[in-house]
Write a protein that binds this ligand. Structure first.
Ligand code: HEM
Ligand code: HEM
Length: 545
């Protein structure tokens, strides 16, 4: 019997085209085992898990629109005379970069819309990352094994800020030129090497004729290239670690409860991409952004008075605006502390955020993996730190727009600046204390709910005349969810005298760790969750209501 007539090969010959194609690909790429292992991967569901997706989709939209812009944008500072269709600027001298951005806005079909989508998507991308980062922070999703993924994400956030900055500097308009001038000033304030760095970056004296071309390759190639690599690594790690989930019945650190990637999440994700694209496109179609023709081309002898950075850079500008203009003059050199201190603070604030997961792991000393998320209230000190940090961010953002606050609300700019100066120190402390108290209050409420049930609002009168409110016991699911969190005990400094009576020296780090641990998990920082005994005693007792 020839092989061509074997039943096996006959049925193969009849296989549908899709299956044959899949077989072909499997023979070369091994897709069956890959798909088998991954396509049914389970993802838990919670609305906040879509924030990472918003980042991903807006990034894709940025790349798509960015590629379109590169077709028409000329990254050159050569001076040209404007002869496009925007009449008020006819005959004006400007750089080719500015000229081509006007061309994109007025003469390229769909150009203005694409430009606006690119800019709006950038704003939403950074806002998305900010909120996604908050979600990860407040739920403790950065704990082992996700610390490295937190660092990848953090790098994406920082690189995103700089990609945005280089992007809005490209059109070479008066507003962005003022921003670049600001950056040059900051670089110049660095002692010893500042001037050299500035000359290196701008190819000589500011602004020179090179920076747009240089920013261009950084903006469209270098930074997005690194970001794309990081994003892929970030997503691979999300896949590899499996997604975290909130506590609930049947959920543990060892399983994932949810829906499979195919078909449920693929369909959801596909639809969600178009939703994000649609919303950004609508915003870009109706809300004007960066009308460079109204601001005009950059001229080093002019400064735009309405200079405002994009929102994610506002805090850096704020740091400089509210800092007193201190200077030290020594041996003919000037150290501009008014600019240099903010320049040092900027990376410091960011660095603390980057290493936070490692700090917390050191304080708890916990080496286990965590796949169940915390409710923010159950980690009051962490939540309070997070809110304090956002408060600093928001206050410096107000500082970055001190002129706008003054003009819009008819305030004195000095009053706004002083508010920011004081608020920078006092605001986070107040935010920390208030947040911690709110978290503890919520923990008390959870405890009450578990022990006494939910208040129904129904008032009953007992035979002896007493009025009581009827409490409804919680379901087993709710009881589980409210008591599933673990509570750490503060670390103590071990015995300082060994069995032979020899005193050992307690290291400063050990003391610090014990103190921080007390701040995180001491009596003042968490309400003990109800124990089974307490629950049984109350629910079986007489007169329970
Ligand atoms: C380009 C920017 C980013 C993209 C495209 C992105 C994408 C995602 C996606 C799709 C997920 C899974 C769904 C979710 O939990 O939302 C995720 C999870 C995660 N992201 Fe991001 N992210 C970005 C930036 C960041 C930033 C700025 C941080 C923090 C600094 C971060 C830290 C994390 C962590 C720790 C997880 C795992 C969370 C978990 O399993 O619960 N990501 N990211
Ligand atoms: C995270 C990534 C990115 C961010 C945050 C970002 C942000 C921006 C912003 C805010 C502008 C100013 C737009 C305006 O004129 O109002 C801009 C301009 C520009 N971007 Fe991007 N961009 C990113 C990636 C890319 C990529 C990947 C490309 C190309 C492949 C690109 C190409 C351009 C071009 C050509 C311009 C100048 C044209 C113009 O200003 O309209 N961008 N970008």
């Amino acid at each position: 019997m020839s092989t061509a007539n074997s039943p096996e090969s006959r049925s193969r010959g009849k296989a549908p085209a899709g299956e044959r194609l899949a077989d072909w690909a499997d023979g070369r790429l091994g897709i069956y085992s890959l798909a088998k292992a991954n396509m049914r991967k389970i993802f838990p569901d919670h609305w906040s898990f879509m924030l990472g997706e918003v980042c991903m989709y807006s990034f894709i939209i940025i790349i798509l629109t960015g590629v379109y812009l590169t077709l028409f944008f000329h990254p050159s500072m050569n001076e040209v005379e404007y002869h496009g269709s925007y009449v008020p600027l006819q005959g004006q001298l400007m750089s080719e970069a500015f000229n081509s951005t006007l061309h994109i806005s007025f003469d390229v079909r769909g150009g203005l819309l694409i430009r606006q989508i690119h800019h709006w998507a950038a704003l939403i991308f950074l806002a998305g990352m900010f909120v996604h980062m908050m979600r990860v922070f407040f739920t403790g999703a950065f704990r082992k094994p996700r610390e490295v993924n937190w660092l990848f994400g953090f790098l994406l956030f920082v690189l995103g800020m700089f990609t945005g900055f280089t992007g809005y500097s490209l059109p070479d308009d008066l507003l962005s030129g003022t921003g670049v001038r600001f950056m040059e000033g900051a670089i110049l304030s660095v002692p010893i090497v500042g001037t050299y760095i500035s000359f290196f970056l701008f190819g000589g004296e500011f602004p020179g004729g090179d920076f747009v071309a240089r920013f261009y390759s950084i903006h469209i190639l270098l930074l997005p290239g690194i970001m794309l690599g990081l994003m892929v690594a970030h997503l691979i790690l999300v896949f590899y670690h499996k997604h975290t989930q909130f506590a609930g019945p049947g959920k543990s650190n060892k399983n994932v409860v949810g829906m499979p990637l195919l078909p449920v999440y693929m369909a959801k994700a596909g639809g969600f991409f178009f939703l994000v694209f649609g919303v950004i496109a609508i915003i870009a179609a109706i809300a004007q952004i960066n009308p460079i023709w109204a601001i005009g081309p950059y001229r080093p002898d002019q400064v735009s008075t309405g200079a405002q950075p994009d929102w994610y850079m506002g805090f850096a500008e704020g740091l400089i605006r509210f800092m007193p203009g201190w200077e030290i003059n020594l041996w003919g050199h000037t150290l501009v502390l008014g600019v240099f201190i903010p320049l040092v603070l900027f990376p410091l604030v960011l660095a603390v955020i980057a290493v936070y997961p490692f700090i917390e792991a050191w304080i708890t000393g916990d080496k286990r993996e965590h796949h169940i998320l915390d409710r923010p209230r159950n980690a009051p000190t962490r939540t309070a730190f997070g809110v304090a940090w956002i408060t600093i961010y928001m206050i410096t953002l107000v500082g970055g727009g001190n002129d706008l606050w003054a003009t819009h609300f008819h305030l004195s700019i000095n009053a706004v600046t002083w508010f920011v100066r004081i608020g920078f120190f006092v605001g986070p402390v107040i935010a920390f204390v208030v947040t911690k108290r709110i978290c503890l209050g919520l923990q008390r409420r959870d405890r009450d709910k578990v022990l006494h049930g939910r208040e129904t609002g129904t008032i009953k009168r007992l035979p002896h005349g007493e009025f009581i409110e009827v409490h409804e016991p919680l379901s087993q699911e709710a009881l589980h969810t409210l008591t599933a969190h673990e509570q750490y005990q503060p670390l103590e400094i071990g015995p300082t005298v060994d069995e032979n009576g020899v005193e050992r020296k307690v290291k400063a780090t050990e003391k610090l760790r014990a103190k921080l641990s007390e701040t995180y998990f001491g009596e003042e920082s968490q309400i003990p969750k109800p124990t089974v005994e307490e629950y049984k005693e109350i629910t079986s007792g007489h007169g329970h209501h």
